[in-house]
Design a protein around this ligand. Structure first.
Ligand code: SAH
Ligand code: SF4
Ligand code: F3S
Length: 466
């Protein structure tokens, strides 16, 4: 799930008394929640006259929005900071000031260490305090080095600006909307409960208002986000307790909102209301990211996932009974401490049984402060590498088989962006595949009927059905 997205384009606000224009370059590591947060930070900074740039050389402010999930992800931050130190001193010799800020999960987990190891960093800000970014930058201007990593008592979402219309438009016809943050599950390998704090659900009214804003700005597809999105709960306008299923029903009523998705969900939080939403809501896309991590009950227990492989398989059967065309994606970890060859074979067996349209798989990475780090029987690196290779070969063959099985099907395609060739657009299938089709750029945002004619390694080809 390591998407790296630089926030590319944004237009300046047409303010009445415009503050001086400054440029911010945001580099986003990690999951979709970081992508969402980067957009909100960019929106928050716009008030102070910051416009986004995709040229780091031009930036007055560089923000790294970081990920701590695996060691490699966290290390990337320090190498990026090394390059930024050089940029900062080069600019200083030209008489220009570059402010460097580190946000995200590494900031939360290792804020002090970042300030110690990287003297060029002016600001460290954790995910729960992004609404304080403008004030934090003012403190930097006064010469302070700022560390903002306390969990804020106030709700950041109430203080962050709603998505800006012009910037939303420039970001395209699909959008993320965080509805839930943090995690109380404490899987023994995972840093998220420590970097993002405990589970918080945003209130219904706030979510609906944000979704409406997105749709007004031309968004056709919204993906609801949360580290544990299906643990979302709230109180509906009717005063009843709502789960994610009820929320999805409510959002599906927004006129112009054609598609809904949600990610990432935990098997233990797939309740009946959510399964019913898959049965009843045409707007809810038949694609579900439902990680299991391992197919071995022994390892699942050691990971504190609190369900068995058989329970997961039975759950999938229930969801598919509600929505037969549902395709699955998942996450896997190989080489969790104590994982034997037999445990790993159980993972392969589970993958064979379930059949994934797509999946992400990782070597277990020991994370400081998690219970997994103290376990004996850490698995040697070469064993992990070998298992990962075997698992990925199997997952890739399933992904290719899924793509090939689409050939000949007629599907709805949401046209998203220009394709590689003039006269072509790239759209998104219900199962999140990229599909190339001949269409005009004026059609971006339309949902059209296409027939899949071929499958390449990373995308499908289609022709318009008249
Ligand atoms: N909340 C989601 C997962 C979020 S983290 C869930 O419970 O499924 C995204 C993925 O990163 C996880 O699903 C897991 O596969 C992987 N991951 C998390 N910690 C890891 C670690 N220490 N080593 C390797 N992979 C890890
Ligand atoms: Fe991490 Fe587990 Fe929470 Fe997912 S459910 S974010 S893997 S602790
Ligand atoms: Fe990474 Fe934090 Fe997301 S650790 S995966 S950016 S919640």
């Amino acid at each position: 799930m390591t998407q790296e997205t630089a926030i590319l384009s944004a237009k300046p606000d047409m303010g009445v008394e415009a503050p001086p224009v400054r440029k911010v370059f945001v580099k986003t590591y990690g999951c979709q929640m970081n992508v969402y947060d980067s957009e909100r930070m960019t929106d928050a900074l716009a008030k102070d006259g910051y416009v986004a740039t995709d040229m780091v050389e031009d930036a007055d402010l560089v923000l790294l929005n970081t990920c701590h999930i695996r060691e490699k992800a966290a290390e990337k931050v320090y190498s990026a900071l090394g390059r930024l130190r050089d940029l900062k001193s080069r600019k200083a010799s030209e008489g220009k000031t570059v402010t460097i800020g580190v946000a995200g999960c590494v900031a939360q987990a290792e804020g002090d260490e970042i300030l110690r190891r990287a003297p060029s960093v002016d600001l460290v800000i954790g995910p729960q305090t992004y609404h304080r970014l403008p004030q934090a930058l003012k403190r930097v201007e006064r010469g302070e080095r700022v560390l903002e990593t306390d969990y804020a008592v106030e709700d950041k979402f109430e203080h962050l600006p709603a998505p800006d219309k012009a910037r939303t438009r420039s970001r395209g016809v699909t959008a993320f909307l965080t509805v839930q943050e943090g995690c109380d599950k404490f899987c023994t390998f995972c840093v998220v409960p420590y970097t993002r704090g405990s589970e918080v659900s945003r209130p219904v009214a706030q979510i609906v208002a944000e979704a409406r804003k997105l749709v007004e700005a031309g968004v056709r597809e919204i993906t609801l986000l949360g580290q544990n999105v299906n643990a979302w709960h709230g109180t509906g306008p009717d005063g009843d307790k709502w789960g994610l299923g009820e929320l999805l029903h409510h959002l599906a009523g927004i006129e112009g909102l054609a598609r809904l998705r949600y990610t990432t969900s935990h098997p233990r939080d797939m309740d009946d209301g959510l399964i019913a939403a898959h049965r009843d809501l045409g707007q809810l896309m038949p694609y579900l990211h439902l990680p299991i991590q391992s197919g071995s009950d022994r390892i699942l227990k050691a990971m504190n996932r609190r369900h068995t492989a058989a329970e997961y398989i039975a759950l999938i059967a229930r969801i598919k009974a509600a929505r037969p065309d549902l395709a699955l994606s998942g996450d896997f970890i190989v080489g969790f401490p104590g994982e034997t060859d037999e445990d790993f074979e159980d993972t392969l067996k589970l993958v064979e049984t379930v059949g994934y349209a797509q999946a992400f798989s990782f070597k277990y990475s020991t994370r400081p402060g998690t219970p997994g780090a103290d376990l004996e029987d850490q698995v040697p690196e070469e064993v992990k590498a070998n298992r990962l290779e075997r698992l990925q070969a199997l997952l890739l063959s399933q992904q290719n088989a899924f793509a090939r099985a689409c050939i000949g099907k007629t599907i709805d395609l949401l046209l998203e962006k220009p394709g590689r060739m003039p006269g072509q657009l790239i759209g998104r299938s219900p199962w999140l595949q990229s599909v190339n089709v001949d269409a005009m750029s004026s059609q971006i945002g339309d949902i059209i009927s296409v027939r899949i004619t071929g499958a390449g390694p990373n995308s499908l080809f289609a022709e318009v059905v008249s």
